[in-house]
Design a protein around this ligand. Structure first.
Ligand code: PLP
Length: 453
């Protein structure tokens, strides 16, 4: 083990160095990686030296998501205290299902759940840490289904149930509807207003129509930070509708739900305490390594009711409240709590708030840059960390592809209301104003070659 740890330390230092001088790795066509990188296995063991070379080779050719020029997804950067937490989780290798096996780690997860419930305004709530935001949404959906139809979990679906979500909500919603036996066709996609928020009037109209047609509406899925625009649905307006029709309201805050940590920006999820369940990804705005996702509900009993199974071979010590397997999807479960705890412990509530506020500050810098430069067209609104724009008349798709293939920088494109644009996400809180300005400088240089081809 000592040897491997030394190798690990040396390799990581090399990687950190490389990230500075070469923030974007050379583009490798997917079709040739298996042969180019020698990924296949052999019958005989490898020598230590060859093994180290093989491992180093793939590490160095892997996309650098923590570098200063990675803006491609809704995560990025490294929070050192969280990294150490995650590395320790690997070393400890607990499974989070019982107190017997997880010990204090179960207490850590419970502490996180309790604090998040408090921030969400749920008194006496409960929750768990599923493997990502998609699965958090899944758990919200299943609780909503079971709350509406108590028999569903025993005898299967007996009603045609319908759910309501924004037309720009995350694609995990249709997948989850299929998994849960609801069916993709029983999703009603609610229109957005011009700011990318779900239109509460259209929502109400759809629910009324479905009810009249004999369907059983059961869930409104709100989004705190839509995937493309980073828009926040008006939770209070949706809570009014949910209350009227007795529907479960889930708030998908995978992307930007962590605004609950900011005094300045928590107004974006005003009314959250009126929702029934809420989730956010610490691996997005808070910058922990993938994945660290939290789902909480104000209906403690419903979580247990939907997800617990008695298992005598597992639950043997009577520490029921700390036997977290009673409220999770999985059996064996990775420790996704420790990395968030090591970060939160170190920074305190005020430090987490700073991380959030800084991302909005960087987005303001980016929006200002676009606004003050006539070559840019800006599509996004304030109070979002997704800055959507076009540069000149350069096709956004061609631009992003060219920047990636030439190894200039990594950024993605998106679409709203029939318009395509580049989407810069200022989610890496370790970036500075200069890093954002450098993004534009690199993009502009790269754009020259796109327009000329
Ligand atoms: C990222 C995201 C998800 C999915 O989270 P994963 O952890 O990637 O599964 C769900 N909803 C929204 C709005 C997201 O941005």
């Amino acid at each position: 083990m000592q040897n491997e740890l030394k190798f690990f330390q040396k390799l990581v230092e090399k990687l950190l160095q490389k990230e500075k001088t070469e923030p974007v790795v050379e583009h490798l066509p997917a079709a040739s990686i298996t042969s180019d990188l020698d990924l296949r296995f052999r019958d005989n063991p490898m020598s230590e030296e060859d093994w180290q070379k093989a491992v180093e080779n793939v590490v160095m050719k892997t996309p650098r998501t923590a570098s200063k020029l990675f803006f491609n997804q809704l995560f990025g950067g490294r929070q050192p205290k969280a990294i150490v937490g995650d590395l320790l989780a690997v070393m400890l290798n607990n499974s989070m299902y019982t107190y017997k096996v997880a010990g204090p780690q179960a207490g850590i997860e419970k502490t996180i759940i309790k604090e998040v419930c408090k921030l969400a305004g749920y008194t006496n709530g409960d929750g768990t840490m599923p493997p990502g935001g998609s699965m958090s949404n899944y758990m919200g959906l299943v609780m909503a289904r079971d709350a509406k139809d108590h028999a569903a979990k025993r005898i299967g679906m007996t009603k045609q149930m319908t759910l309501y979500t924004s037309e720009t909500s995350h694609y995990s919603i249709p997948k989850n509807a299929a998994f849960a036996g609801i069916g993709r066709n029983n999703i009603r996609y609610i229109l957005n207003d011009e700011h990318g928020k779900m239109d509460a009037k259209h929502l109400q109209q759809c629910i009324e129509e479905d009810t009249a047609a004999g369907y059983t509406p059961f869930l409104i899925n709100a989004t705190a930070g839509t995937t493309v625009l980073g828009a926040f649905d008006d939770i209070n307006a949706l809570a009014d509708v949910a209350q009227n029709f007795n529907l479960w309201l889930h708030v998908d805050g995978a992307y930007c739900g962590a605004v609950i940590f900011s005094q300045k920006y928590k107004h974006l999820v005003a009314g959250l305490h009126r929702s029934d369940s809420f989730s956010f990804n610490a691996h997005k705005m808070l910058g922990t390594p993938l994945s660290s996702s939290v789902v909480v509900t104000k209906h403690k009993e419903q979580l247990a009711n939907s997800f617990s199974n008695e298992a005598d071979y597992l639950y043997q010590t009577g520490d029921e409240d700390f036997d977290l397997g009673r409220t999770s999807i999985q059996c064996g479960r990775r420790n996704d709590a420790l990395k968030l705890w090591t970060l939160w412990k170190s920074k305190g509530n005020k430090g987490l708030e700073k991380i959030i506020d800084h991302q909005f500050y960087l987005a303001d810098i980016a929006r200002e840059y676009c606004k003050s430069n006539p070559k840019y067209t800006l599509y996004s609104f304030s109070d979002s960390i997704s800055v959507c724009f076009n540069y000149h008349s350069v096709n956004p798709k061609d631009l992003c592809t060219s920047l990636y293939e030439k190894g200039n920088l990594m950024v993605g494109y998106g679409e709203f209301a029939g318009r395509e644009f580049v989407r810069l996400v200022t989610i890496n809180a370790t970036n500075t104003k200069e890093d954002i300005l450098r993004f534009f400088a690199v993009l502009e240089l790269g754009a020259v070659t796109v327009s000329n081809t």
